[in-house]
Ligand binder design. Structure first.
Ligand code: CA
Length: 220
């Protein structure tokens, strides 16, 4: 899962990046509204954390532009204390959730998980696919109850597939959701992660759909 953080305050931006990375997501960060708007417009994020008070273009305007362009991705806005009008404006502009500063990182992470789950149509914190269970709170995967040891990249690939069970996911799509923007991306490495995952998982769970990509087999 790949998250965009749009926050101009450097310390808070760094804390957000660190906190969000710690639960197995990859993060890009923008420090003003113009960059943030552009990145949200051009990169396929799974969720966005958007500050309202931003230089160059305020968060409400950024959000309105995304929504007007038809982007439905989950957006959590950050508002200043005692500014209920900001919350109303943000929700009216299309925010899915909000947090008031200062906030606890744990709460932000819980809200992000909930947004990503709901966007994928998942009702609970555990995603289940056949013998596989992904606990989105602890970022752990188990097979028939036995914990699976995964590297961070293997986890990201499998977590993305588990958020989209039964769907064909292309290598390009996987690449876009498991690396941050500044990372040297190579879609061939996805094949390597898939091969490693297959060695750790029951046979047949990750199918190759020739010429199209991969599919997590729901039927197992
Ligand atoms: Ca700000």
């Amino acid at each position: 899962m790949r998250i965009l953080v749009v926050e101009d305050e450097p310390t808070l931006a760094a804390q957000l990046v660190e906190g969000i990375k710690s639960v197995g997501y990859v993060v890009d960060v923008a420090h003003n509204g113009v960059d943030g708007h552009f990145m949200g417009e051009t990169e396929p994020y799974d969720a966005i954390v958007l500050d309202i008070g931003l230089p160059q273009m305020d968060g409400i305007t950024v959000l309105k532009k995304w929504r007007a362009a038809g982007h439905t991705l989950p957006v959590l806005i950050l508002t200043a204390r005692d500014t209920w009008r900001e919350k109303v404006a943000g929700i009216d502009a299309g925010a899915d959730d909000y947090l008031t500063k200062p906030f606890h990182m744990e709460e932000l992470l819980a809200r992000l998980r909930a947004l990503i789950r709901r966007a994928g149509g998942h009702a609970t914190t555990e995603l289940v696919c056949g013998p596989l269970t992904l606990d989105t709170r602890s970022s752990r995967v188990s097979v028939d109850g036995t914990a699976l040891m995964l590297t961070s990249h293997e986890y990201r690939v499998l977590a993305y597939l588990m958020h989209h069970p039964g769907e064909i996911v292309s290598r390009a799509e996987l690449t876009e959701h498991i690396y941050a923007q500044d990372y040297d991306r190579d879609s061939n490495t996805v094949e390597v992660f898939i091969a490693r995952l297959r060695k750790k998982l029951p046979p047949g769970l990750i199918e190759t759909v020739r010429g199209l990509g991969y599919r997590l087999n729901k039927a197992q």
